[in-house]
Ligand binder design. Sequence first.
Ligand code: CDT
Length: 311
Amino acid sequence: MSKNKIGLAVAQMGPVHLADSRTAVVQRLLEMMREAKARQADLVVFPELALTTFFPRYWMSQEEAETRFFEAQMPNADVQPLFDEARKLGIGFYLGYAELTPEGRPYNTAILVDKSANIVGKYRKVHLPGHVDHKPDAPFQHLEKKFFDVGDKAWGVWDTLGAKIGMALCNDRRWPETWRVMSLQSAEIVVLGYNTPSQNIHWDEPVHLRMHHHLITLQASAYQNCVWAAAAAKCGREDGFHMIGGSVIVSPTGEIAAQASTEEDEVITVQADLDLAKAFRQNVFDFARHRRPEYYQLIVDRVGPGEPLTS
Ligand code: CDT
């Protein structure tokens, strides 16, 4: 492998049903980790909330959610085999899960694990979608705002596995700020997992737009920020509730380098050339030469739209 290449794998997951145990899920992850390694991957990206069904679709108390779906330790006995296998194979991984901290705070979290199975990075989701109230008339709930606190760790970039790697989670990918914060830390790769219901319960969004918006945000963001983007879905019908697939690896050119073709467990891989971004970082997106932050103040001063500025 050339010095400037990293073997990138995305391990898409098909559905995880309510009745599926953590042990069964970890067996699936192990199988995909082995396949990724056999295909020369240095890093395998698993989905958001990979260990359980997408539980924010169900109305329940916070206490019930934490008891059934959160991890109070990482690794724990159920997940330890994944860490052991990563160390044995010499492969890093990204894993999304529901985290309950020792102080009792609930987060939608992702970790970055190196080839010695050390947790080297942690990210807690900032852009939580959905609602906090019960919507009895909706076909399902989207209760991330109820079950999780807004993350207090955003958005780090870690120099590990031979690259500068940043992390995001699902809805974060739709926000340009997510990517820019990491690109300004010289990120070379952004990895993320997602659970995207194909139906939007908030308005009558045409179903085809869900995949369209997923792909354009990844492609445009990879290009505008000169990074490789690797995105892993959990998808298909979880107990009848459908989520989109479309896991992808996108290059800094904005082109799709690999894309999943199923809604099942599926591994896609690319030998990602980290030098590909150089032409962009040194020319059109030479930030130091071309950015004008003195004109970007509104981006941090305002949360939502306000009056036009007159001058
Ligand atoms: N998990 C997650 O963040 N899903 C959101 C759904 C948005 S619609 C309420 C997403 O951006 O895909």
